[in-house]
Design a protein around this ligand. Sequence first.
Ligand SMILES: Cc1ncc(COP(=O)(O)O)c(C=O)c1O
Length: 434
Amino acid sequence: MTEPTRHDTRLDRFVDNYSERTNGMRVSAVRALFAVANRPEIVSLAGGMPNIADLPLPDIAESMAEMVRTRGTQIMQYGSGQGEPEFREQILDVMALEGITAHPDDVVVTAGSQQGLDLVTRIFCNPGDVVLAESPSYVGALGTFLSYQAEVVHVPCDDDGLNPTALRETIARVQAEGKRIKFLYTIPNFNNPSGVTQPLHRRREVLEVCRAGGVLVVEDNPYGLLALDADPVPAMRSLDDEVIYLGSFSKTFAPGFRVGWVLAPHAVREKLTLAQESATLCPPVFSQFAIGNYLRNHDWKGQVDVFRDMYRDRRDAMLSTLHETMPAGTSWTQPAGGFFVWVTLPEGLDAQAMLPRGVNARVAFVPGSAFYADGQGARNVRLSFCFPPAERIQLGVKRFADVVRRELEVMATFGVHTSPIEPRMPAGPAPDLS
Ligand SMILES: Cc1ncc(COP(=O)(O)O)c(C=O)c1O
């Protein structure tokens, strides 16, 4: 009998071939649990999927069919690496709602703002460069930064977002260590995951600190128009032309088109377009025309208002049920928009250890540590109110409160929380951690 060759015995025979940067690509520790979260008996307060069921689908279908009939050969062709010129003009009208004035030449269309994040990181970050981020910050952005081998340094936040004093100190400390800070990544509106919004005065202070420290600001704003209580606060980009701004149609229209954009100073925009061309040749042309058509021919601002009313109901259902059911010692944020509430559990509890018991109790949530690159967040949980209807949210929050109460009882009896157990459920489709 012949001996097996070395690679026959390996789980992955390409293991020596991967680039070093793949080491930064982490499999989420909670992925297996989320694979079961789509089961109908489980209320998922975990995913960040927008609820697009309220879109006027028959009207959209009709006008898209007309578009294909009349302009099919153009809209199914390759297009400009920077994005279609007419569409970039329309994007300016969207940004104007948050006080931004710009030139269409400085807009680069991307496959969702997620690709915008990738391109920005690609053109700025060498391995070992530092990216500053809020505490906590968007898991998808952290994944991108780590995949380019950047080091993420979290900046402490308070109820108004980034704390300017802590930001100044962090910049000074990192620079004194001889490291290069390439940019501050911030989500000033309804942060994912914390739901916190920076008021205008705070935005000015953060920009001032960054200017003084020579740090570029990258503003990620997919939720800005989903303000639920008041008009949107002016974007940071509206206060400073050097801010790099990321926008998206995923939450105000639909994520399946995969269309977002980056607005950047002219020289940066050149590099982004080159990076975009090497990544995809051009952003999806069909999607740009489809969204352009939607913006032109439908009452899209009225539709955003419909979304706001729907998300407001869901947010209120979540906040009132949290208020009625959560045990003492638990606190949570009061988001003025977006999709997420950030819960801080009583001292001594561990959200990750609690997740399997949550899934067994038929409620899913995201443990807070997913939103840190450095292991913080053990006592935090992200709950999303975007997808399940209000009654399901109420049910899910009640189950969640029961799980927390049982954890507290276990801790009171044994002095520590118990170790995680595996849920007895088969794996399902990939998780939605957005
Ligand atoms: C803060 C933030 N940025 C970016 C994205 C990516 O959005 P998309 O690529 O769909 O535009 C998300 C998605 O949830 C997000 O929450």
